[in-house]
Design a protein around this ligand. Structure first.
Ligand code: ADP
Length: 177
């Protein structure tokens, strides 16, 4: 009982990760069902540094993580240089891209820009451990899962804010490293 009590007031990954309770859901990209236009809309409407890639919205199974800047460059390049890439082209992050009907536009294969093993912790992981991992591995972000399903994200800045809150001081005054 004592041990449980001790654990219950410790901050866990789920307390620091985004989205928070009433926030809109995490912005994710699906591995083989979004079009160039869908992804361009995400890039325009959000400013996040990266997006988790999932099997499907329903499953929330994590496949990898893709950086915003890599997406922008790859889509721009493909639109300019790759024949048949248009707004309705499907973007595919999988190894094997399922064949589409002959009339559909070319598929844009983006597996090469996908980080296939982004760092993840479970939602119950104590923040002390998360902070330690960020410091030791020099992470920029870490994904949070529960029973293998993607739940949220913690960025380096989220960690810095958390440390500042713990110490009750200005986040910019903390030396991270
Ligand atoms: P930073 O934390 O350095 O500003 P971002 O711009 O990527 O980096 O993230 C801003 C905030 O949005 C952070 O609090 C982060 O947890 C959250 N966030 C990051 N990526 C996503 C995403 N794909 N969907 C929803 N929230 C995100």
């Amino acid at each position: 009982l004592e041990a449980k009590e001790e654990f219950s007031h410790k901050t866990r990954a789920m307390d620091v990760m985004r989205p928070r309770k009433n926030d809109p859901p995490l912005t994710v990209i699906t591995q083989d069902s979004m079009t160039v236009e869908d992804v361009e809309t995400i890039i325009t409407k959000t400013t996040y540094s990266g997006y988790p890639v999932v099997v499907s919205r329903a499953s929330q199974r994590l496949v990898g993580f893709v950086l915003r800047r890599d997406l922008i460059i790859s889509i721009e390049n493909a639109r300019k240089k790759q024949d048949g890439i248009v707004s309705t082209s499907v973007i595919c992050f999988t190894d094997y891209c399922p064949p589409l009907p002959p009339s559909s536009p070319s598929v844009l294969k983006l597996r090469s820009i996908l980080d296939l093993s982004p760092f993840t912790v479970t939602d119950e992981t104590p923040m002390e451990i998360v902070v330690d991992i960020f410091r030791k591995l020099g992470l920029r972000q870490c994904l949070v899962t529960h029973n293998g399903k993607l739940l949220g994200i913690i960025t380096k800045k989220d960690v810095l804010k958390h440390i500042a809150q713990m110490a009750n001081q200005d986040p910019n005054s903390i030396l991270f490293n």
